[in-house]
Design a binder for this molecule. Sequence first.
Ligand code: PLP
Length: 455
Amino acid sequence: MSHADVRAMAQKHLFPHFTRGQIWSGADLPVIVRGDGCHLYDDRGRRFLDGLAGLFCVNIGHGRTDIPAAAGKQMETLAYWTNWSAAHPAAVEAAATIADLAPGDLDVVFFVNSGSEAVESAVKFARQYHRSQGQPERTKIIARDMAYHGTTLGALAVTGIPKYKEPFGPLMPGVHHVPNTLGEVTPADGPAQLPSLQALVATIEAEGPETIAAVFAEPVQNSRGALVPPQGYWTELRAICDRYGILLVADEVICAYGRLGEWFGSAKYDAVPDLLTFAKGATSGYAPLGGVLIRAELAAGLMDSPQAGVFTHGATWGGHPVSTAVAVANLNALREEDVLGNVRRLEPHFQSGLTRLQESHSSVAEWRGTGFFYAIELTGDRATGRPLTDEQSKQLVGEVMPKAMRDVGLITRPDDRGATMLMLSPPLVADEAVLDELLSGVDAVLTAVDAHLRG
Ligand code: PLP
């Protein structure tokens, strides 16, 4: 197919995800054909730096040959079997590997195919678990404002971004959202005094603790811009859930498998959740896989109960042999190549580069994040505190930043969920030279932003 053909065929036959029709139908529609390490190549042979690791998922980098080899070997041996009345070695090895890396007694893995399905499965597990323990009235879910937890209807109900939910109502009832941790600093008298946690407790009390099944939170919240929790937030969140008998679900679809420099974000913040949802980095995008890690005691509680005895949930592709074999190869590579060590070693370099960018661009309000996971939040003018107008924000996200990124050969995500931001989340194998290339690309994008706001 020629360049023109592939674009025309995409525009005719491929229905895009979360993409405006105007962008999809344009002559600049990117067609990515190859990946190598931290770089991507389009159909015209142009090279781009992948500043978002695909969609926060290609942790090990593009273009490896060992992971496809593991997939091919598995396909030849056993291309398909289920986790339904039978086990197979690839899923068993993946589950054991993941359980070994996970904190505390998160020892049991339920595999699905995506992050949304993982969240969906965690909601269902929480409800059925409570029912199995004689508490069927525990059905409600609490999550945080502006948090993204996926697009299937249950996960969408848990998501806290109004514009994603609005076209699809009515959604699953019984979901409540509480403030996230934006701008919060732990007060001297401890994390229990944080306004976000006080609001959580107030919601639990108002709704009736005996009606709440689970609280969902990401260790570092992506949507609203890499919200790093204030000191002690997660241990206090754990204590609150324990106090009220509520299951704590860490949604680690982005945070797990090295993004924050640890295998799991919960471990970084010293908490063992009851359920932990994962996807993305489990396979670094070489195959689709999601899952829920479950504390051993809870899994046994459901299986052993006379009321339940079975988790009434499953999927044809859950624990697919090829995806789970890919997960094992990917996790082994992350471990053997000390990729998490790379993230920890380069974090200060990344952060000092972001601070330099903030100092030299009047449009940068602040940067937030940790590990290889950052948001740069934009403003009209930092010195005077002038905010962006809605029109400016629309132009920056829809035109100015995408054009500057194209010009400089950078792929990453301008984000307007709650503020105007640029997200950075490169593959975890990025070395200092790649991070410098990323920072210099972002410098050019911010120069275009400054110029647009001055003009
Ligand atoms: N949860 C979180 C925290 C996510 O970031 C995402 C996706 O970005 C999801 C759930 C949904 O994952 P998926 O797109 O694989 O369905």
